[in-house]
Design a protein around this ligand. Structure first.
Ligand code: ADP
Ligand code: MG
Length: 714
């Protein structure tokens, strides 16, 4: 919590509650806090304008049309007239410049306006044009006498602040907020302490901190504004990176890790005698990186990014065998039951004939079986435990947990990952595997305290998946295509949107109906006994789900009608067609994940995106991107651009910090520079002890006190 204003000792002026600012008071103060989260002076200063209007530029009336944003006109105010009765009563006037005239209209405050406006005088008008009966007019325009306006023009670039209806009603329009900012800047003059070293200030354009705030809230010109914004954005990004890197530093100092010195019997036997194929170069490299990490004596925190189908499971398995060679148990955690079951099956199959004990534990494990697994685990007789979130429960006690492999990391929350740590005296090494490629700049922020590896190579012989877009109206042709592929012995997925495993309440009736209707029309088109169709969705009980999945996996059914429960991880190499219904309703990363379910065997695979006829712009771009490329990183970049970082899959849970002025997408270049600057400084002066870094050290301390440090990510 924020320290209260009166809580003893020295509190910086910026921590003063907003109500004490001239022009605010208790009522508006409360409203600012509620509506915009502005509780202190410092909050107000960081309520940055979202755009600026150039008030030195004037439009001519003749060129104004209703689609324009706010415009500024200079002209003569004509006579005021009231028209209409009672509720329809309004005040009107014409406004004229050399090019033409428009009508102004007011519905409220008529008496006051009549008393204060001066017809026949020259005015500056500022407002958004609208249209009435086919003519441009202005409702409730901002008007200022040209003479006063000229005197008061201290800034030609006028900031525009976000505000709310409630605030505007209490007099806190964008313009009034601007007034408050100017009051505040006067009030705190000389007290906005520099937070960057001289070196950095120079490097980022030479604007000191206080000057930057002044220019952003009351810019003198475009150039100064741009420099000021850059400086403040850099500052925000720089301290974010400093915190992330500090955390990483602390981890590396404090966290003793188990030392895995040897690669032994288990690993070598598996590698030489059981591995059914050659590892790809990328797989080898990542295993080597992990081995190195686990041998240092520090706890490993590594993120492995690898596109769908790049063979992450095997990498995880090899690492778990290294743990076993060193006398440690491993845990493999998956985000869904289906995936956990599948990992269990895959790993058991890989390890067939080896004396490695693999067990599974999920939410649906029966209690007798669960008891036995738990007992064996505690006795150290289980080598590898595969499961879901159930592994995190307190009653799951390992004898000697050495490594946790977390698959499809974006489904795990921060707190859940932290619970892993409590399961051993020395925290286990953590290997996080994600198939959701994250653009570099975002990864730096989200996973900045993890080391990262990338599997950037697919196993050989894979044919790129062919992706097409089809409208619902060509469903018959799509069915025909499915028929052909099935005739060749292939299997087909048909996926419906939005039904989520583990959250059946979220499933709306409509969606279930979409799914069951779809299932019916497919079984009608592909009837028994020639065809068999499975269905899987999140509302089924686990046994039925398992049964249906198993039938499809074994090739006993030709088509699997499913929801997004199959989104991650499901691996059926013989399935070569993915039909996605209502594809416009899926996000890009979800589409990419779903598509990744095919293309796992040697056959040519296909992904068919079905949509309605009418597509919005975003949907069209998503579909177009999918059709154009198979590259997960490219797709992630488009996703980031379309949705913004806050909405990217998984970023909510991972706790992206609030940004006040910087934008992780728009300012990608600055993110990198901030990261590099932070690294350089911590490299040379890890304790921030050098005098020249004193401002940085002080700012970091303040941030700690302020509790603005966001929790560690893994
Ligand atoms: P993902 O990275 O999406 O989790 P998987 O681990 O499920 O990928 O692997 C995808 C498929 O590729 C599996 O069928 C797996 O057995 C196979 N595979 C993994 N590594 C290789 C390799 N080096 N050569 C050939 N096939 C591989
Ligand atoms: Mg996987």
């Amino acid at each position: 919590m924020r320290p209260t204003y009166f809580a003893g000792g020295m509190v910086h002026v910026l921590e003063t509650p907003i109500e004490f600012l001239k022009g605010v008071g208790p009522l508006r103060g409360e409203l600012l806090r509620k509506e915009l989260g502005i509780a202190t002076f410092s909050d107000l200063l960081r309520h940055f304008p979202f755009r600026y209007v150039d008030r030195s530029r004037f439009h001519k009336i003749a060129e104004v049309h209703e689609e324009m944003p706010q415009v500024q006109l200079r002209g003569m105010l004509g006579a005021l007239k009231t028209v209409g009765e009672k509720k329809g009563r309004r005040l009107t006037a014409t406004f004229t410049d050399g090019s033409g005239s428009v009508e102004l209209v007011w519905f409220k405050g008529i008496r006051w306006l009549q008393a204060s406006l001066r017809p026949g005088q020259e005015y500056i008008l500022f407002a958004k044009p609208s249209a009435y009966k086919g003519r441009v007019n202005f409702a409730h325009p901002e008007l200022e006498l040209a003479a006063t306006w000229e005197q008061g023009l201290e800034a030609s670039l006028q900031p525009v602040y976000s505000t709310t209806e409630k605030l505007t009603a209490k007099g806190l329009s964008s313009r009034a907020i601007w007034g408050l900012q100017k009051n505040l800047l006067l009030h705190v003059k000389g007290q906005l302490v520099e937070t960057l070293s001289n070196e950095l200030v120079e490097w980022v354009g030479g604007v000191p901190r206080e000057e930057a705030f002044r220019q952003v809230h009351a810019p003198q010109d475009e150039h100064k504004l741009a420099l000021a914004r850059k400086r403040l954005k850099f500052e925000e990004l720089f301290f974010l990176q400093m915190q992330i890197l500090r955390q990483k530093q602390l981890l590396q100092q404090d966290l003793r890790g188990n030392v895995f010195t040897q690669v032994g019997e288990y690993f070598n036997t598996f590698y030489n005698e059981h591995l059914p194929f050659q590892l790809t170069g990328a797989q080898k490299r990542v295993v080597k990186e992990v081995r190195k990490d686990m041998g240092t004596g520090r706890q490993m925190n590594r993120l492995v990014q690898g596109d769908v189908g790049s063979g992450k499971t095997l990498v995880g398995l090899l690492c778990m065998l290294i743990a076993l060679d060193n006398g440690f148990q491993s845990a493999l955690m998956a985000p869904t039951e289906i995936l956990a079951q599948q990992h269990y099956a895959t790993i058991s199959r890989f390890l067939e004939g080896m004396p490695v004990v693999v067990r599974r534990l999920t939410g649906s494990s029966r209690s007798a079986e669960r008891k036995r697994v738990l007992a064996d685990l505690q006795a150290g007789e289980v080598h590898i435990l595969v499961g879901t979130h159930a592994l995190l429960e307190d009653r799951v006690v390992f004898k000697r947990l050495g490594l946790a492999v977390i698959d499809e990391q974006h489904r795990f929350g921060v707190a859940q990952r932290a619970r892993l740590w409590a399961k051993a005296d020395v925290p286990p090494h953590v290997l996080v595997m994600t198939a959701t490629p994250i653009p570099r700049t975002l990864a730096m922020t989200l996973y900045g305290d993890l080391d990262t590896s990338v599997i950037d190579e697919l196993p050989p012989g894979r044919k790129p998946i062919r992706t097409v877009h089809r409208f619902d109206s060509s469903r018959n042709a799509v069915f025909g295509f499915m028929e052909q592929e099935i005739a060749k012995g292939r299997q087909v997925y048909v996926v419906y949107p939005l039904i989520e495993e583990g959250d059946p309440d979220k499933m709306r009736g409509v969606e279930l109906k979409d799914l069951t209707d779809g299932f019916e029309s497919i079984t009608r088109r592909f009837p028994l006994p020639k065809y068999a169709v499975s269905m899987v969705h999140g509302r089924m009980d686990q046994a039925t789900k398992d049964y249906e999945m198993a039938r499809f996996k074994k090739g006993e059914t030709n088509i699997l009608v499913a929801t997004t429960v199959i989104e991650v991880g499901v691996d059926v190499p013989n399935a070569s067609v993915m039909v996605i219904e209502n594809a416009e309703r899926f996000g890009l990363s979800q589409l990419h994940q779903l598509r990744g379910r095919v293309g796992r065997g040697a056959e040519q695979s296909f992904c068919i995106l079905m949509t309605g006829d009418k597509l919005g712009n975003d949907a069209r771009e998503r579909i177009g991107t999918m059709v154009r490329t198979n590259d997960g990183f490219e797709i992630a970049e488009v996703d980031l651009r379309l949705r913004g970082p806050g909405d990217l899959m998984g970023t909510q849970q991972s706790g992206l910090p609030k940004m006040y002025i910087a934008d992780l997408v728009e300012d990608a270049g600055l993110v990198q520079q901030a990261r590099q600057a932070a690294m350089r400084i911590l490299d040379v002066d890890p304790g921030l002890a050098e005098p020249r870094n004193a401002p940085i050290a002080r700012a970091m301390d303040d941030r700690m006190k302020d509790n603005m440090v966001w929790g560690r990510i893994s």
